[in-house]
Design a protein around this ligand. Structure first.
Ligand SMILES: [Zn+2]
Ligand SMILES: [Zn+2]
Ligand SMILES: [Zn+2]
Ligand SMILES: [Zn+2]
Ligand SMILES: [Zn+2]
Length: 395
């Protein structure tokens, strides 16, 4: 009798431990999965309020060190404007103590503009401005990069760098300097003549470039490009069209010297059409003199524009963004004709025929325009009314 009680107790103990052994990991996993969304929400909130352009990544694509605790990190957040990186535990502190690229500032009291250094995580294959040796070769948070001119310098060489004036580097002719925006903002009378006077302080041959990209079009190339352009230029001149419509973005043109501005549109046919419509609206508003020159970087595949420009598929990062900017600087201006073509979808019993207007671009002379239009219609399964061609509106 006593023995069986003993046996029973043993069985119960075993059962209890088995249950505990099974339940504990399950509970921990559950708890974690409840915490994760909460943490993500907290981060999102921090990112939204921050002056930095934070982006979270699950895996950095090169060796990265936290700007706060200096530890090597695999995942965490980086700012695509100033380039600081931090692990999840340090993001809040990084956000508080490290300043971002100042998009609008006065020059120093002596009228000069100085480098703005960020420590660590310098680009691969960057060289010291002082000793010409490679930077960022040590496996730790080391060396400095100027967020404006992209100059890099060793920790030990920084103090002996005899010139701490920043000339904004290779892309000075396309960057909108923070002091230009500061001065324009302070102007009593906003007039193009005043802008031209201020532009004299930005060097000769200054042709600021506004970058407009759509992160919703095609692959995630738009997102990558925006980040790289924010690193190289003034984040103020780089626009995400999924957050701000082109009509708003282009208003920056009205604060820059007329005839000097270039716009680089990154996206598919839809994005380009959207921007060109916004430019048409500028004409209607009487802002003719501020109309910029448009350059296009086609993104995504199945892009008529990319095809007509002989790109085949759209840009997918084959050449560095620096080279894209150089190409914009050197590009010869091709006069483009723009036709509005109406496309009528067939419609059926359940659906009314829908009329949509497409804007189609082609180089002059326009040998292939018809072919391009036809191809688009076929691929989108819509019928094309030949008669539309007669009612084309030529801009
Ligand atoms: Zn850290
Ligand atoms: Zn930043
Ligand atoms: Zn600099
Ligand atoms: Zn050095
Ligand atoms: Zn960003």
């Amino acid at each position: 009798m006593e023995e069986s009680t003993e046996e029973l107790r043993e069985e119960w103990t075993l059962l209890l431990w088995t249950t505990v052994a099974v339940l504990v990991p399950v509970l921990i996993t559950l708890w974690c999965s409840f915490q994760r969304p909460k943490r993500k929400v907290q981060l999102k909130d921090l990112f939204r309020k921050s002056k930095h352009g934070w982006h979270y990544t699950d895996l950095f694509n090169k060796p990265t060190y936290c700007c706060v605790c200096s530890q090597p990190i695999l995942q965490g957040a980086f700012c695509d404007c100033c380039g600081i990186c931090a692990d999840e535990q340090c993001i809040q502190r990084a956000d508080r103590i490290l300043s971002c690229k100042e998009i609008m500032t006065q020059r120093q009291t002596d009228g000069r503009f100085y480098h703005q250094w960020v420590r660590g995580n310098v680009p691969l294959a960057s060289y010291c401005a002082k000793c010409k040796q490679q930077c960022g070769t040590q496996p730790k948070l080391c060396d400095y990069r100027c967020v404006w001119c992209q100059t890099t310098v060793h920790d030990d060489c920084l103090s002996s760098l005899n010139d701490d004036l920043c000339d904004l580097g290779e892309f000075r002719s396309v960057i909108i300097p923070p002091y230009y925006l500061y001065q324009v903002n302070k102007l009593r009378r906003r007039h193009p003549d005043e802008y031209s006077k201020l532009a004299a302080g930005c060097g000769s041959g200054w042709t600021p470039v506004l970058v407009l990209a759509n992160t919703r079009s095609g692959n995630n190339m738009g997102e990558v490009l925006l980040g790289e352009f924010r690193t190289l230029l003034n984040p103020m001149q780089v626009f995400d069209l999924s957050e701000l419509p082109p009509s708003k973005a282009l208003q920056l043109c009205t604060l820059l010297p007329p005839g000097s501005v270039h716009v680089l549109v990154c996206g598919g046919d839809g994005t380009v059409g959207w921007v060109l419509d916004a430019i048409d609206t500028m004409k209607l508003k009487g802002q003719d003199q501020f109309i910029p020159l448009v350059t296009i970087l086609p993104l995504g595949t199945g892009n008529d524009l990319a095809n007509s420009l002989g790109w085949g598929a759209g840009y997918a990062g084959e050449i560095p963004v620096e080279q894209v900017l150089r190409n914009v600087l050197e590009a010869e201006v091709v006069k483009m004709d723009r036709w509005k073509v109406q496309v009528v979808s067939k419609g059926n019993y359940f659906r009314k025929p829908k009329v949509s207007t497409y804007n189609i671009l082609y180089d002059r002379p326009a040998g292939g325009s018809q072919a391009i239009i036809k191809k688009r219609i076929q691929s989108s399964g819509e019928c094309y009314k030949q008669s539309c061609l007669d009612t084309n509106v030529l801009h």
